[in-house]
Ligand binder design. Structure first.
Ligand SMILES: C[S@@+](CC[C@H](N)C(=O)[O-])C[C@H]1O[C@@H](n2cnc3c(N)ncnc32)[C@H](O)[C@@H]1O
Length: 281
């Protein structure tokens, strides 16, 4: 097996990042060549390949190209997340958006939330905890569907276990840890009722048509992934969200991410310490 780091020429970098962009919308700027080199170097070793030309051929022409794309996404995506990440936004969801939605949906008693690009599941499970503690005993009367999707199979496999480390729960209030987790050595096992409220599916945000299978949502949360997209991909993703969001639904994006006014089907709604977006009238 090759152990030395295989170097990537500028042409190989351009070819590779073009393929990655076409398949996922993830944009690697010129300054990020080292990221691909460091993350894929080991993969070349595993495949016993000596050049990135071999890898590019394997990725685009080989019989296992779809599997290799998945393998590559598992390695090149940034999966940083945690329970209760960016609490001001989650407070707005729990104290304002959720009560309004529960009131608006009291006729159907059905609520559908989508955590798009959910990584290892902390975000959709946080929403589930918030819905659970808000509804309390009324939960049994409601049909709550929370979907978590990601492009990487590996993170979704991890999400389904409901088993987390200290790092994942570092921003979780102690009272929540006590009520919704069971500590098992170094792990925190999430409560099974909360786990059963969330369903995970592999989904690439680049794939507009495939999102239609999910139906309409009352809330879409897509945080800390659009920073890896260029403006074209961002616009495509936001159009998909507009298609999949109920007319009175809300969209949350990462607190450091922005949607330029007038460029998308969304209008920003500033609320106390955070903001969310609604479909423009
Ligand atoms: C930094 S994590 C964000 C997790 C969570 N939303 C949060 O804010 O804590 C970004 C996730 O986006 C996923 N991702 C990147 N490109 C994607 C795409 N085209 N479609 C779906 N997910 C994607 C990555 O696999 C990764 O798990």
């Amino acid at each position: 097996m090759t152990t030395t780091m295989v170097s990537m020429s500028d042409k190989q970098f351009n070819d590779l990042r073009k393929i990655i962009y076409e398949r996922s919308g993830i944009h690697f700027p010129d300054t990020k060549k080292y990221v691909l080199e460091s993350r894929l170097g080991h993969r070349l070793g595993e495949l016993e390949m000596e050049t990135y030309d071999d890898y590019l051929a394997f990725l685009t022409m080989g019989p296992y190209q779809m599997d290799e794309f998945q393998e590559m996404f598992n390695r090149i995506t940034i999966n940083e997340t945690s329970f209760f990440r960016n609490e001001p936004q989650l407070d707005v969801f729990e104290k304002k958006i959720l009560p309004e939605l529960l009131e608006a949906r009291k006729g159907t008693k059905r609520l559908r939330l989508w955590s798009a690009a959910c990584s290892t599941g902390e975000e959709p499970y946080t929403l589930a905890i918030q819905v659970h503690r808000t509804l309390g005993v009324r939960l049994a009367d409601w049909r709550i569907e929370i979907l978590g999707t990601d492009i990487s199979e590996k993170v979704l496999d991890q999400a389904q276990t409901g088993k987390y480390t200290d790092y994942a729960v570092r921003s979780t209030p102690p009272v929540v840890k006590q009520r919704y987790f069971r500590q098992d050595g170094p792990y925190w096992n999430l409560d099974s009722t909360v786990r059963s409220m969330v369903h995970f599916e592999l989904h690439n945000l680049k794939d507009r048509m495939a999102a239609r299978r999910f139906g309409a949502f009352d809330l879409i949360m897509c945080r800390n992934v659009m920073i890896y997209f260029d403006d074209t991909m961002k616009a495509q993703v936001l159009t998909t969200f507009a298609d999949q969001l109920a007319p009175d639904g809300s969209l949350f994006i990462g607190h450091s991410e922005t949607i330029r006014p007038g460029t998308t089907p969304f209008t920003s709604m500033p609320i106390s310490h955070a903001f969310c977006y609604r479909k423009s009238a």
